[in-house]
Design a protein around this ligand. Structure first.
Ligand SMILES: NC(=O)c1ccc[n+]([C@@H]2O[C@H](COP(=O)([O-])OP(=O)(O)OC[C@H]3O[C@@H](n4cnc5c(N)ncnc54)[C@H](O)[C@@H]3O)[C@@H](O)[C@H]2O)c1
Length: 237
């Protein structure tokens, strides 16, 4: 979910709805798996199942890309990989900086999935002078005071924040002032950013809370069962 002060339209780029943009990476992941198995074509039903999306929604999403598939044959896997990658801006490399190289920042730096998807980690930054120079995932940790020059030298437009919540706004302001226009925020806080800056927030504890809600509901349903467990105490309407 995007946060921040700016009000954004529900569509991006060439009129592609934000909800469609959010599903494109799911299609791309499923298509990449098919491509690795040298599968030449795929039906909308097969691809929808692999991506965990409803097939009518998939066809609608692909119509925004101008991709309609061929009746009886389906979609050309390689072409769709190219089309979606191009739409997502993945046909070029995106240098990113990670700020806050503690437990999470180091884990993110070690995650190979960024580089393989075109997100090169340009630098790891931390405010702890004692960490400076330490190698994490083969990269030396640099002091936060180098942020501005690193962003400029590497033309970084994406920053990843893995600092404590209390430092995240200050780090955001510095990233934005240096020219970063997209932020992936792992710190549990809402960031304020000027218009033109995109923020995506990742919060695993929120996901767990949602699962806890569903678990509680399931437990509630079990409690309403008769002792032998197969007759509901309250008949559904
Ligand atoms: N989104 C999620 O699902 C998720 C999961 C785990 C942790 N977190 C969050 O990620 C953040 C980091 O967690 P952690 O366990 O790695 O913490 P940590 O204490 O191990 O690491 C934080 C690092 O940030 C550095 N730092 C502090 N202030 C800074 C600043 N102004 N500039 C640059 N670096 C600074 C510290 O020196 C430290 O190295 C926390 O906000 C935590 O709540 C989020």
């Amino acid at each position: 979910m995007a946060t921040g002060r700016s009000h954004r339209p529900a569509t991006r780029g060439r009129g592609i709805p934000e909800a469609t943009v959010a599903r494109l990476p799911l299609y791309l992941r499923a298509l990449t798996a098919l491509s690795e198995r040298s599968v030449p074509t795929v039906s909308s039903e097969e691809l929808a199942a692999a991506a965990g999306v409803n097939s009518a929604k998939l066809r609608k999403d692909f119509s925004y890309l101008g991709s309609y598939g061929t009746r009886g044959v389906g979609y050309d896997v390689e072409y769709l990989v190219y089309q979606i990658s191009r739409e997502l801006g993945l046909t070029q490399d995106w240098p990113v900086v990670i700020v806050g190289i503690g437990n999470l920042g180091a884990a993110l730096a070690n995650y190979g999935g960024f580089a393989s998807r075109g997100f090169r980690v340009a630098a790891l930054l931390d405010a702890d002078a004692g960490l400076a120079g330490r190698l994490v995932a083969g990269l030396p940790v640099r002091h936060i005071d180098e942020l501005e020059s690193i962003v400029a030298d590497n033309q970084v437009s994406i920053g990843v924040i893995a600092t404590p919540a209390g430092a995240a706004q200050e780090v955001t302001d510095r990233l934005v002032a240096a020219g970063v226009t997209s932020i992936l925020n792992f710190a549990p806080t809402v960031l304020s950013v000027p218009d033109g800056v995109d923020v995506r927030k990742v919060d695993l504890s929120i996901e767990l809370q949602i699962l806890a809600f569903h678990e509680q509901r399931k437990a509630g349903e079990d409690d309403r069962q008769e002792p032998d467990g197969d007759v509901p105490a309250v008949m559904p309407a």
